[in-house]
Each structure stands twice: as C-alpha cells, then as structure tokens.
Design a binder for this molecule. Structure first.
Ligand code: ADP
Ligand code: MG
Length: 253
C-alpha cells in the first residue's frame, strides 16, 4: 500500500470563466511537511479550499488515503456521495489565517466542541485531550478564557489545537501567521515546528521563507495557478528558475 495521504491530480478550477488553478498535481506522503509559496493571487488559498472541499473543483481528482473524494467523468468533476465525503473529511483539518474561533465559546469549548458534538467523542475524553493540547502549546492557563482575551498568537495556537482535537491525518494551514505582528509570529511557527518534529503531515501556505526552508520536506512554488517548482528546500532556494529566484529574492533583500 502506498503511504500517500493525499493525491491531487490535474486539478482545474475557475471562477466565472477565469481560470485560477490549471492542471495542478500534488501528492503528500505520511509525515511530510509541504510548504506552498507563491505570489499573492496565484491560487494558493483556492488550492487549499479545493483540497479541503470548501470549493468544488471543475475537473481533476482528489484522493485521500486511497479514497476518492472527487474524480472526473467526461471532463467534469464528480464527487463521492455525501456520506463518503463526510468520512474523508475526517482525514484533514484546516487552520485559517484569521483563527476563526467561536467568540462566544471559551478556549476549552472551542477545542472540545467538534469532537463532542460532531465526532461524538466522550466528553471527559475530549476534555482531557483538549487540556493536553493546551498544555503542549503553553496555554494551560487559558482554558477558561474567551478568544477576545487572547493575543493573536494565542488565538492561532488555540485554533491549531482545535484542528488537532479531531485527530486529523493531515493538517492544512493557510498563511497561519500573516495576521500576526512579527513578535507573535514566532510562537505560532514554534508550535508548527513542534508538530513537524512529531511527524505530523502538514501542508502550509506561507510567506515565511526561512521557516519554510527549515521545516519543509518539500516546497511547492505556485504561480498563476500552475506548479512552477516542487522540490526540496535546498533545490528551491538555489533554483535556476527565473521566477522562483525572483520570488525568493524578494524575501532575502
Ligand atoms: N470565491 C471566489 N470567487 C471569484 N474569484 C475568486 C474566488 N476565490 C478566489 N478568487 C480569485 O482567484 C485568484 C486566486 O486567489 P487565491 O487563491 O486567494 O490566491 P492566493 O491565496 O495565492 O493569494 C484571485 O484572482 C482571486 O481573486
Ligand atoms: Mg491566500
């Protein structure tokens, strides 16, 4: 059996006739950390939204752990039945740029809510797991706080804990630090590095080049909805490709 957790094959996506993703293929194996970089508007968020089925693809294939969420018939995407999609959705979690915590729930309830009410995990077990995650992320004293009482960095760590509470196989991040002040960015990147050390499989859209270089097994450079390069950090940072070099160069100056 292949250890591929995710395969995206020839993904096409357009909005109102404008192509945003053009023939994107990407696969991620268990334990891999893959960073996605590229200019603003190049389709990175759309790719994550398609992979996590928040947006429908026009054509292509989405396969999680050998199970097909979407395939293409006669040039058009066909999705698996709802029940199968629900099962497949348990394989992944998503962390957004703007945290998206429930403002009227405490930190603990934010983390426990989906495990208890969606996944029907025993309440005590969900609570124990939530507290373990908070402890792991240095937030033990914040269990009863509300999101508005936390810094952005703390909120983002809570939202990572919330995603992990459902025990996903893969965690997606869409620019997890770009809403944060520089001094708060580090604490969130540290948590992601911690997860990488534990071999969590992650796909991370980021503009933090140094972080991507340190944490990733592969870096994928996307421009205009196309994968321009998909290689090791060292190969990407020493790439001959003009576009890759120009892009990386902007962050080094
Ligand atoms: N829901 C949508 N409707 C119409 N256009 C969209 C939608 N979402 C994204 N786009 C367009 O798709 C392109 C890629 O956007 P996005 O995936 O957000 O890029 P990135 O995350 O790389 O900055 C942009 O031109 C954006 O305007
Ligand atoms: Mg984006």
């Amino acid at each position: 059996m292949s250890d591929k957790l995710l395969e995206l094959n020839s993904i096409h996506k357009s909005f109102a006739g404008v192509t945003v993703l053009e023939d994107i293929s990407l696969s991620v194996s268990r334990g891999e950390v893959v960073s996605i970089i590229g200019p603003s508007g190049s389709g990175k968020s759309t790719l994550l939204r398609c992979a996590t089925m928040l947006n429908d693809i026009d054509s292509g294939e989405i396969i999680y752990m050998g199970r097909k969420a979407a395939t293409t018939v006669d040039g058009h995407a066909v999705y698996a039945p709802k029940r199968e999609l629900k099962e497949i959705s348990k394989f992944f979690g998503l962390v957004f740029q703007n945290f998206n915590l429930f403002p009227h729930y405490s930190v603990l309830k934010n983390i426990m809510d989906a495990p208890v009410s969606v996944a029907h995990v025993d309440r005590n077990e969900a609570k124990a797991r939530a507290l373990t995650l908070l402890d792991q992320f240095g937030l033990s004293d914040k269990a009863d706080a509300y999101p508005c009482e936390l810094s952005g960095g703390q909120q983002q760590r809570v939202s990572i804990a919330r995603a992990l509470a459902l025990k996903p196989e893969i965690l997606f991040f869409d620019e997890p630090t770009s809403a944060l002040d520089p001094e708060l960015t580090g604490e969130v990147l540290k948590v992601i590095k911690q997860l990488a050390a534990e071999h969590m499989t992650m796909i991370i859209v980021t503009h933090e080049m140094q972080f991507a270089r340190e944490v990733s097994d592969r870096i994928v450079f996307i421009e205009n909805g196309i994968v321009v390069a998909d290689d090791s950090p060292e190969a990407i940072f020493t790439s001959d490709n003009t576009r890759v070099r120009e892009f990386i160069g902007k962050f080094n100056s």
